[in-house]
Design a protein around this ligand. Structure first.
Ligand code: FES
Ligand SMILES: [Fe+2]
Length: 411
């Protein structure tokens, strides 16, 4: 399949303000183009720093067909190594996570240290230089406890996301947190379907009964009743008196989502702190706290922090827990979504928190989202599908996401 022809057709048929032509969500050749344009160029969130406490701790992740080992080498450094043996290409480990002093390829026992250097190579002819035969490295950045990798040769500058998101995320204390629970979902939908869904709350009232009790997102910025705006203003004002000028200040005081991604400068990351509904100390089913305070939080009048980094991460940070959702595409019509709940490292399950209560709202909300995404994908694959109109008032971030996508695709 000639990529350029397919991309060319897509660019020709795309109309801003409408969903994409169907093949953007189904066509294997276009999926390959997505992989090379986004997933092998951009920064991909792969792990939490708190998963890698000791030298030798590692996690293995699959990013659009590339298996990567994210490993702590010593006290300070985390590296990303391609999980591909330089001998004959075997995967070096099939473990999802673990601890080791060296990686030994199961095929012919080539052995690599934590930096990926070849340390033993049975059968290797003396004429080959071992220094050239280590595990290939990918780029790594840490951001307030989140680890990102890029397999690009020259990745995009990570500086702006670190400068924007870092200070706001720092108080969440993710680096010193603990994973309380995680779920890996296989969603039968193209990765863009999941982003489109995440970019709007028009579907919230009918699909997220738990979420809408805690959040104001269901209101569009121009159609919010004045009394709701007044309530948000009052919550923000009370917060400002205590936390004004700090990272805990509620700055997002309008309803709806802030515009994202940024059209003018092409910003692919964003974060804001916004109000929770009165009586909701955290995003939970009943509004009550579900875990001890984490990070620098010492009270619940801090609203909730949202972070998103294209193409694969969104995070909600509450005073007592944080939840991350990481997307990993697995073919044109399938995405793996890993949802991870974090609490303060000292919090003990059973004594300090109940796991069911902790995960309830985001487990429900995530699964409700995957259901609507799966249904949408089924329709997108139909011969009857035609691009549909997006609302300027309530789906403006879907419009932005798609125009960002098409712009990138067009180079
Ligand atoms: S393929 Fe790994 S040692 Fe041969
Ligand atoms: Fe949703």
């Amino acid at each position: 399949m000639d990529w350029n022809v397919t991309v060319g057709e897509l660019l020709r048929d795309y109309r801003e303000g409408w969903t994409l032509p169907g093949r953007a969500y189904t066509e294997p050749a276009l999926y390959e183009h997505d992989v090379s344009t986004f997933w092998r160029k951009d920064w991909i969130f792969v792990a939490h720093l708190c998963e890698l406490r000791q030298p030798g701790d590692f996690v293995a992740v699959e990013v659009a067909g590339d298996s990567l080992l994210v490993v702590r080498q010593d006290g300070a450094t985390v590296a990303a190594l391609h999980n591909v043996c330089p001998h004959r290409g075997s995967i070096v480990t099939e473990q999802r996570a673990g601890h080791c002093r060296r990686f030994v390829c199961p095929y012919h026992q080539w052995t690599f240290d934590l930096k990926g250097r070849l340390r033993a190579a049975p059968g290797l002819d003396a004429r080959h230089d071992r220094a050239d035969l280590g595990l290939r490295r990918a780029h790594v950045r840490e951001l307030a406890g989140l680890i990102f990798v890029s397999t690009a040769e020259n990745p995009t500058d990570f500086g702006p996301v670190a400068a924007t998101v870092g200070p706001m995320l720092q108080p969440q204390g993710l680096a010193g947190a603990r994973i309380a629970h995680s779920e890996e979902y296989v969603v039968e939908a193209n990765w863009k379907v999941l982003w489109e869904n995440h970019a709007e709350c028009l579907h919230c009232v009918s699909n997220h009964p738990e979420y809408v009790k805690a959040n104001f997102d269901r209101f569009g910025p121009n159609t919010t009743p004045p009394h709701v705006n007044a309530r948000i203003a009052a919550i923000a004002e009370a917060n400002r008196l205590r936390w004004g000028g700090t990272a805990l200040e509620i700055e997002q005081v309008t309803t709806g989502f802030p515009s994202f991604p940024d059209r003018e400068e092409g910003r692919w990351y964003g974060c804001e702190r916004t109000a929770l509904v009165e009586g909701w100390a955290t995003e939970s089913v009943d509004g009550r706290l579900v875990a001890p305070y984490m990070g620098e939080y010492s009270s619940y009048d801090v609203g909730t922090l949202r972070v998103r980094v294209l193409p694969n991460l969104w995070l909600h940070g509450n005073c007592d827990y944080a939840v991350t959702t990481a997307l990993f595409p697995d073919g044109p019509t399938r995405t793996r979504a890993r949802v991870t709940w974090l609490v303060a490292a000292a919090a003990q399950e059973g004594a300090d928190y109940d796991r069911e209560r902790l995960v309830a709202i985001w487990k429900a909300t995530s699964e409700q989202d995957w259901l609507v995404c799966r249904r949408q994908q089924a329709g997108l694959s139909s011969s009857a599908y035609r691009p549909g109109p997006l609302s300027e008032e309530s789906e403006y971030n879907v419009i932005r996401f798609l125009s960002w996508y098409v712009k990138r695709l067009g180079g």
